[in-house]
Design a protein around this ligand. Structure first.
Ligand code: ADE
Length: 248
């Protein structure tokens, strides 16, 4: 996108988005977001604690959902009903599938897919979500492009593409190859597509922003714990840069 298009995307974001929701799977990922909050307070809905406040003068709400698609969908739906965010950003860490990215870089969703959704014995494409009958769910692209431009400004390498989610930690060449090749995915994690699916059925904008903690291969069981906290800091920088743009 050129500068004029980015300026237009920022203007669109400012008029569309008055409150941003953040959903993270783990405590270290949530901490990287909530430390950016001003005037934070806590509200509990069921088992989920929501932090409300503002970032750079923009209303915000954040919660830890837990690991996996079911927890993520429960959290997204509760956040939508309880706090009415205009945009939900699912952030945290992920496994890298792209040749253009490395640990510490950021994957941004153009769209999300569920790599473990499979009704192909019934004649459907692998990954197709029955009832809505799509494989890919598209993210809110103005936010994706503004986030990409913010990252480029602060020197963080990133790529916009398909992010694949499933209830599996990917740590083998075989699974990596399947997800990368079948869905043309740049990254894999365990919640983004569930947040996207929930947002899609409720008509809420969403974006997935993931700092890469491992390469979704045999090294991942060691790399993931080693890099998780460190790369969560990079997501935090990304969010701050984005919210600064939105708040200006
Ligand atoms: N989150 C971070 N790394 C991951 C991986 N390799 N698979 C699934 N989720 C992840």
């Amino acid at each position: 996108m050129n500068n004029t298009n980015i300026t237009n995307a920022i203007e669109l974001l400012k008029s569309d988005v008055k409150k941003v929701g953040f959903i993270c799977a783990m405590d270290c990922e949530l901490e990287a977001v909530t430390r950016l909050f001003d005037g934070a307070s806590k509200t509990k809905y069921g088992s989920i604690t929501f932090v409300t406040g503002s970032i750079c003068g923009v209303d915000a709400v954040a919660a830890k959902c837990g690991v996996g698609k079911v927890f993520a969908a429960i959290c997204a739906q509760t956040m939508i009903l309880g706090f009415s965010p205009d945009l939900i950003i699912n952030t945290g860490v992920a496994g890298n599938l792209s040749d253009s990215l490395k640990i510490g870089d950021i994957a941004l969703s153009r769209a999300v897919v569920q790599h473990d959704m499979d009704t192909s014995p019934l004649g459907d494409p692998i990954g197709m979500i029955s009832d809505i009958n799509v494989v890919e769910i598209e993210s809110y692209l103005p936010a994706a492009h503004v986030m990409k431009s913010c990252l480029e400004d602060i020197g963080i390498n990133c790529e916009l593409g398909v992010i694949a989610s499933g209830d599996q930690f990917i740590a083998s060449a075989e699974k990596r190859k399947f997800i990368k090749e079948h869905f043309s995915a740049i990254s894999c994690e365990m919640e983004g597509a569930a947040v996207g699916h929930t947002c899609f059925v409720s008509g809420v904008r969403f974006l997935v922003v993931r700092a890469l903690s491992d390469d979704a291969n045999n090294d991942s069981p060691e790399d993931f714990p080693a890099y998780c906290v460190k790369v969560s800091e990079i997501s935090s920088k990304a969010i701050l840069a984005f919210m600064e743009k939105l708040g200006k």
